[in-house]
Ligand binder design. Sequence first.
Ligand code: B12
Length: 475
Amino acid sequence: MKLQRLLMVEPRSPGKHIYSRFHLPRLGLPILAALARQRGLEVRICIEEISPLRQADLLGADMVCISSITPTARSAYLLADRARRAGLPVLMGGAHPSFMPEEALGHADWVLRGEAERSFPALLDCLRADADLRAVPGLSWRGAADEPIHNPADPRPIDMDAEVPAPDFDSIIGRRPFHRGIIPIQISRGCPHCCRFCSVVPIFGQKMRYASREKVADELERSRGKGDMVFFYDDNLCGSPGRAKDLLDYLMRREIFLPPWLAQVSVRTARDRELLALMQRSGCYAVFVGFESISEGALDLYRKRQAVDDIRMATHRFHEHGIRVHGMFMTGSDAEDVETIRRTADFALDNQIDTVQFLVLTPLPGTALFEEMESAGRLLTRDWSLYDTHHAVFRPARMSAYALMDETFKAMARVYSARRMLGLLSRADLRQLAIYLYARIQIQRWRWENRHLMTFERRVERRFLSGLADSVSSR
Ligand code: B12
């Protein structure tokens, strides 16, 4: 088939989420764009959060490649249908289609499951040569009798140095340097843990892979002058403390471009004082830490190998090193009730966690949690647009779905209080103040946009409770 111009699209989230104003792309499409360019193809990338898709961009393409995670799956399918109506073939990939390939094949011609640095170029070559699609690892497609065919995946994980090119950010439509000056970079993939709610291991596997420090340095140098903050997209930048120390030391010694940086790390990072000191010296501005819960029972259920004391210790030690802490908590496990959510806000305030995200536990396809909720019949909806970690999409064990959402937002609003904002103002901490203001506005917006849903849920809950009261009194 003729394949010269590719349009790649990362569809936008249908609703607001707490990061709505941070228009950061995932790296999948810019990496695949670089690979396509190496094969002489022309590529344009539309990140819908950055600029909306124009019909002219769509119609000028020979094929549309769509990247989707679960909350954007509905938008992705609508876009795929639109492209196919215009006669364009559609390829899909990313976290959601990887686990729901047959669903995605209802809207796309092909789905590539999992990491695609090897399979995507193979598919391009195959399509251009009209060759046999069975040769493409991890490809899902429909055969002559419309039956779904799933080629086995390549078991070898992608090599970060040899197979992952520098992301092609220049092909992003409408992109003026990096949004809010934030430069995204990923230097490792995989995660040795197996938390039951997380999609990272199902997509990238448990085997850790790292880019060499030379490659990291090269990528950082390429972004010199393009932004003033680096965001390491790694799921745990310091998963291997030895490597992290070696990398930071190398970057500093060579005076590689490294403006203040942000990264996701785990509480374990804070056990290593030498690492903390290096993080401080190399300009770590804030860490995003998966604290998840203040309930030991919930941490056990999640298979999160950490204790509540680790959270206290980590927060304290990061602060000792001048590193701000963004605490990532989830609410609604079977071990938690409404009181736990309220105590989570107290905990964040008592421990002076700088910023927080309280997200409603969400069973994402591909995870052990999804399997468990689905087989127990506890999923309330399969409207993927609600799987945005702000809506309760499963029946919680110890509270109603309405209470779970409502209390989660109330708890978050307590942390981003006017009183704390005054404190930041008095310390002239303007960057942090802007984040608080942003968080307060996002919380209020979300509640306003979802007021119908909240009222509906409350009515359902009241009816449920009055039915329960009737049945008790008639006994
Ligand atoms: C950076 C990041 C963010 C950023 C930017 C997100 C964005 N633009 O969507 C921020 C902080 C804003 C964010 C927010 C959220 N995130 Co986030 N985020 C990430 C993170 C850490 C890195 C993403 C990345 O660049 N990965 C590296 C690249 C290379 O991977 P990739 O894009 O998936 O691409 C590879 C393959 O998937 C595939 N592929 C991808 N697209 C395509 C397309 C085609 C055509 C093909 C062939 C192949 C293909 O090939 C690529 C190369 O191998 C991931 C975790 C992770 N390790 O990926 C979570 C992750 C993507 N986020 C996740 C979630 C749940 C969210 C939130 C809902 C929750 C929240 N509130 O925090 C929001 C929703 C955002 C939204 N768009 O609606 C989940 C998604 C899981 C799922 N099944 O949907 C992940 C996987 C984390 C997890 N622990 O499970 N996130």
